[in-house]
Design a protein around this ligand. Structure first.
Ligand code: ZN
Length: 271
């Protein structure tokens, strides 16, 4: 059992001091006319749950990480660039950063380490800032994002992944190519005018060749990468991650290969 919300406090009490808590960080934002608003949240949840199961089945160093739990997903975050589309909900970058800071402060009271499983590219900056603040306080926290290449938003890559999660979530008949110019070329206008000015459908890419088999490969690779990230965390039993470091100092015991404040892995290519 890896889902925190299904456990009692007494279940958690026995193992929390040596446990890693994965926090899926999603979004509620438009993903074109063919993918649901909760796409990023669904992806973050599945990756966190599967990685937790994987690590529990095969811990590093013969059982060094005995417990990995998955927190309830954060379903709303920073999606201002998509707000011109009905259904998008955003609390902005500042509130997202503060939410993550307070959540990890709270989790650090009992859990050895926290990993933010961030599956919405628009959260890159608030997640990076939150991790930097928390590490400066001595908290054992890292962030991880899937390293998916491919088109930017609701295109072939993301549609393939959602098709692999659950084909019924993809309205295939409505999947049509949107703006296919590179994100780099589009970024100035995306930043100043939002996604709708660049792509009336909200799609940045071409979902017409999306395929569940490709999505399964992407999910498997991302899950394995996240599991490796969790296994590489400093051993919780060493007390490396109790969040008890002096304020203003990094937690002892290393950083799991992750420089303070840096989000591991490439950000998702969506804006
Ligand atoms: Zn997305």
């Amino acid at each position: 059992m890896t889902e925190l919300a299904r456990l009692t406090w007494t279940d958690v009490a026995a193992t929390a001091a040596g446990a890693v808590l994965l926090v899926p960080v999603g979004a509620t934002e438009q993903h074109g006319p063919h993918l649901p608003l909760g796409t990023d949240t669904a992806i973050a949840e599945v990756l966190a749950r599967r990685a937790a199961e994987e690590v529990e089945q095969e811990p590093a160093d013969g059982g060094r990480l005995p417990t990995v739990l998955v927190a309830p997903a954060i379903p709303v975050s920073s999606s201002g660039e998509h707000e011109d589309f009905p259904g998008t909900l955003s609390i902005g970058q500042e509130a997202t950063e503060l939410l993550l800071v307070e959540l990890v402060r709270s989790a650090s009271r009992h859990f050895a380490a926290v990993v933010l499983v961030s599956c919405h590219g628009g959260n890159h900056e608030p997640v990076t800032r939150a991790v930097a603040r928390l590490r400066a306080e001595g908290r054992q926290v890292t962030a991880w994002s899937p390293r998916w290449h491919g088109d930017a938003h609701a295109g072939s890559t993301e549609t393939s992944v959602v098709a692999a999660l659950d084909p019924s979530l993809v309205a295939t008949e409505r999947a049509v190519a949107g703006e296919t110019a590179s994100l780099r070329a589009l970024l100035p206008r995306l930043r100043s005018e939002g996604v709708r000015a660049v792509s009336p459908s909200g799609v940045l890419g071409d979902p017409t060749d999306a395929c569940a088999a490709v999505g399964r490969e992407l999910l498997d690779a991302a899950m394995a990468d996240l599991a490796a990230h969790v296994r590489a965390l400093p051993c919780p039993r060493d007390g490396a991650g109790r969040g008890t470091g002096a304020p203003g100092r990094a937690a002892p015991g290393g950083t799991g290969g992750d420089a303070p404040g840096r989000v591991t892995g490439r950000r998702e290519m969506e804006p």
